[in-house]
Write a protein that binds this ligand. Sequence first.
Ligand code: ADP
Ligand code: MG
Length: 579
Amino acid sequence: MKSIFKYYKRYAHLIIAALVFLTLEAICELQLPSYMSGLVSEGIGQSDMATIWSYGWRMIVITVIACVCSVLVGYFSAKASARMSRDIRSDMFAKVMNFASEEYNKFSVSSLITRCTNDITQIQMLTYIFLRMIMFAPIMGIGGTIKAVQFSSGISSLAWVIVGAIAIVVVLIVIALTIVQPKYMKMQKQIDKVNQIAGDELNGMLVIRAFNTQKHEEKRFDDANRDLTRTALFATRLMAILMPVMTIVMNGVMVAIIWIFAAKVDDIAQISNMMAFMQYSLHIIMSFMMISMIFIVLPRAIVSINRVGEVLSMKISITDKEDKTQPTGARFKGDIKFDNVSYSYGGGVPAIENISFEAKSGEVTAIIGSTGSGKSTVINLIPRLMDVSAGSVSIDGVDVRDINLKDLRNNIGFVPQKNTLFSGTVASNIGYGKEDITQEELQKAARIAQAQEFIDSSPDGYDRAIAQGGDNVSGGQKQRLAIARALSKNAPIYIFDDSFSALDFKTDAKLRMALQQEMDDATVIIVAQRVGTIKNADRIIVLDDGKVVGNGKHEELLKTCKTYLDIAKSQLSEEELGL
Ligand code: ADP
Ligand code: MG
């Protein structure tokens, strides 16, 4: 709630403008029936043309003012609600961009999308309706009551008609809301679900086709879709029943008023009173209906406000220290040290335990181990994609948690295991990490990453289009572009997480050679599955089940580390092993 409130404050000027014009409109509307009554009793009743004209003019003027006000109210409330929703949306997006994986895992991607779109639209709608009606209802209700008393000709039973009508309206609304509120909660969750399945299936289109599971997937989507429809229909139908019931109540009130007046009417003044009274009682009941309208939108919007608030108020676990919020633009030397580092996902069993090693600048440090041994976990700790559970990771002797995040990440060229390209061109992808990158820098990065050849083979060269996610290039080409993207940052530290796996042996070798030649003073960390890839590394760290079981050069490890020997034996021939 609180996190949304600040947006109302931001657009207070628009909101106040809307409310002022709304008040004006309400006052005009309130005045109209009494003029009408005067017109009938004084003008028509006494056949006085001058009076008829004078009332007529006043009624026209006041109607025009009311119309203009109504338009302005619409304008200001639309503007306030649309701007608010724009701001919430962009703040939410910015917030999510800063999520560490821990926070990210708390929401599903589809839920974040729903929250960023549908939920915010609900808030926008509430704001709009609220602004259009909130002042109107009390003014109409209270003003209408005062006026109605004036025109009641002293008939007290009329009061009971109105009180009765209001009681019916209120009871109906309360009943409807108690039934429908939990449904709205369910509905937002079901929208999440539909989005999630749609996203899943669209992303997995190839797999679905290959496994011939279209029918099954269609059914999965259908089920979710049907669930959502059922809930939405129930809620809408219930609310739809409310409307005609309200109309019946209103018409009942009209009939009752005419009935009661009919017994007493004996002159034109009373008829005009009756007409005005009818109008004012309609106003009173209308004001309650408007409040009910707000209550119809409110429960759904509250669900949405809470869902949006959840994201906005999420505490981000990986942030700068208070006194490190300004980047210094410093360039690191690049000596990385792991000191007794442990990490466990979600506080469960540790994925890595007591990891200690150093990676020096100017050296290639390799990390090898079977899948699930914790290689990615180890290196994700360096750019602080997550923070250690125990121990410390430091660069040039400074704990990474004490370094400004922007500085830290600017100094690291990172190729994640699951890399993604963005829609754009080859050039825009390679230059992603560096503003105003030159053509030479682009080419150098592409050359080292062994991407030059395939870039040149396309007539568009660096302007070749890349589809969303990099789906229009092969796995190996994608990897090479991702490597070039990291290299173009010209950072002192490079981390390659299993980045050579989709390359053929020849390219792998050429790439490593180029790396060594061009990056002689950088710290290079290579995570790999293939012994061939890392054989020449200055230092090889062998991981097994989250622990370091070997640390040294290839030849040493073959003699001292059983795990390494096993891996090597399974991949290299006897001669290559040289044993
Ligand atoms: P590797 O890169 O060596 O294949 P990882 O570092 O990815 O291994 O994973 C190490 C262990 O941590 C594995 O047991 C894996 O299941 C677990 N793990 C990895 N990522 C997550 C995650 N996001 N949440 C929970 N457990 C994870
Ligand atoms: Mg991995």
